[in-house]
Ligand binder design. Sequence first.
Ligand code: FES
Length: 150
Amino acid sequence: MAETVMEQEQQAEILNPDPVVIAFCCNWCSYTGADLAGTSRLQYPPQIRIIRVMCSGMVHPNLVIDALTKGADGVMICGCHLGDCHYIDGNYKTEKRADAIKLMLEDFGLEPERFRLEWVSASEGPKFAQVMTDMVAALKRLPPSSYKVG
Ligand code: FES
């Protein structure tokens, strides 16, 4: 069957069909949101590698840069909504660190789309699936990370 012009344009945009994404998810909200997405049988891309952390505030910017310079095409930090952090203000710290991470990306010559911060609660399984799908779609439109070996 012949492809439509739109389908051809969409395929032409794909520079990296299989991007690897590391998602740091806080134990209390986002990881549970991921779990809910799974138990609700919501589909999200298999390229997501979830790392469970107790709080988004414990993800040091160096971990993000390390992941991006050692093979990941993108990194996402997911935490509780502001005001809901189980450690009171961990996610406020995350928000400040995200600004620093964005500046570091520039220094490392990495596109801003390679990092995202999202707030996902335990009841937001659909949101979890959506943000993961969006992230992978955005990364498919970028070439593989310049730090990727092989
Ligand atoms: S416990 Fe979820 S962001 Fe702190």
